[in-house]
Design a protein around this ligand. Structure first.
Ligand SMILES: *Cc1c(COP(=O)(O)O)cnc(C)c1O
Length: 388
């Protein structure tokens, strides 16, 4: 009888019924239910020149708990504190964890703006799906983040090269060693003031390109911002440092495709063999983290309409050929931390390849930096920069 019902209704419908949340289950938290407990011990924001990335945190943090039976609890902003976790918490054993990174900027007009945060909310939902962390309404989280940034306003540096870095994090907290979707989870957001990325001036970096290790692979999770993707990158990152390089140039496959630079997306500005200038970045084929900066640069370049813009694979062979023919003009990484970061050299098979980004005036690279900064600091009105 039950089997007949299953057949007649179709497996999908039955599954949907079985998965129907219980009565009273809350499928999202609501910013309107935000609880605020103010800290009694307020810190002193460091001067912008003393800021070190990710070392200084503000007075408050946002937390929201989720539980399988009841769903989401009320979001809370309270004093910044250590977390208490059961030693068997899913996150500690199986890296059921994701994070995001975005920034708030204090404009010349003293208004605080967040850069394209809805894109981070969407990416966060995609990451959550991959590790079976629960859904929530991204607009509600964004509203809670705005409340946190407004509350911590005095921590948003008054400096045209500094900003407030926002780190949403989502972890599985169920106290079990079973490998299964967590029945308990914690979403939290901490924020920290960050200083100029190029404190020593806008200088080019040297990359280590070593095909022995890969960051991501087809069918993997390299396109999701999961903590589990980053720990395994440290060994080669350290090797890079030991060999005088600042970042790893992540290659993939027999064609040695250039994929990403450290934790940045990669762009090349070159002349095609027919002489036409072109901006190229690898396509979102699963190996690439879909950066908000990457998307913004592509959209800007399309809007300028001054050169071809292409999302296409970049094999090492094509780079070597372009370098040899003098057609490669600029190479840079892109990401929230720096916006753009010029590449000057690549250490590849015991050879140092010289990339003439600075020699060519880093014209495209710096134009991207200037235009995005102008938007972020509110010098140019744009829907990409949203006042909190
Ligand atoms: C976060 C990240 C980027 C850059 O993304 P943005 O949204 O532009 O900051 C690029 N690659 C990796 C691997 C990343 O983790």
């Amino acid at each position: 009888m039950a089997a007949a019902a299953l057949r007649s209704r179709g497996g999908g419908a039955v599954l949907a019924t079985l998965l129907q949340p219980r009565r009273g289950y809350k499928s999202t938290f609501r910013a309107s239910e935000l609880e605020l407990q103010r800290s009694q011990a307020l810190g002193t924001p460091p001067a912008p020149r003393d800021l070190v990335f990710g070392k200084f945190f503000t007075d408050h943090m946002l937390t929201v708990e989720w539980e399988r039976e009841r769903g989401w609890g009320r979001p809370k902003i309270g004093p910044f504190r250590d977390l208490r976790l059961h030693p068997a918490s899913t996150v500690l054993h199986y890296a059921v964890e994701l994070f995001e990174g975005l920034k708030a900027f204090r404009g010349d007009d003293d208004k605080i703006r967040i850069f394209r945060p809805e894109l981070n909310m969407e990416r966060m939902q995609r990451s959550a799906k991959r590790v079976c962390l629960p859904e929530f309404d991204g607009d509600e989280l964004l509203e809670c983040i705005r409340a946190l940034v407004r509350l911590e306003g005095r921590w948003v540096p008054r400096d045209p090269q500094s900003s407030l870095y926002i780190r949403p994090t989502f972890i599985g907290t169920e106290p079990t060693l079973g490998v299964s979707p967590p029945g308990q989870a914690l979403l939290f957001v901490v924020v920290c003031p960050v200083g100029p990325y190029f404190s020593g001036g806008f200088g080019p970096i040297r990359l280590l390109a070593d095909p022995q290790q890969v960051r991501a692979w087809p069918g993997g999770a390299g396109h999701c911002k999961l903590g589990g993707n980053y720990g395994p990158c440290l060994e080669l990152q350290e090797e890079a440092r030991a060999r005088g390089c600042q970042q790893v140039l992540w290659l993939y496959g027999p064609e040695q495709l250039l994929t990403e630079v450290g934790t940045m997306n990669l762009f090349v500005f070159w002349e095609r063999p027919d002489g036409a200038p072109e901006l190229v970045t690898p396509p979102l084929d699963g190996l690439i983290l879909p950066g908000v900066t990457r998307q913004s640069l592509l959209e800007l370049a399309h809007k300028w309409g001054e050169f071809a813009v292409r999302e296409a694979p970049l094999p090492m062979g094509a780079i070597l050929e372009a370098l040899k023919a003098g057609r490669l003009r600029e190479m840079f990484g892109s990401g929230t931390a720096c916006v753009v970061c010029p590449v000057g050299e690549i250490l590849y098979q015991e050879q140092v390849l010289s990339v003439p980004t600075m020699e060519n005036g880093a014209k495209v690279t710096t134009r991207f930096l200037r235009e995005l900064n102008d938007i972020q600091y509110g010098r140019v009105p744009s829907a990409w920069a949203q006042p909190v």
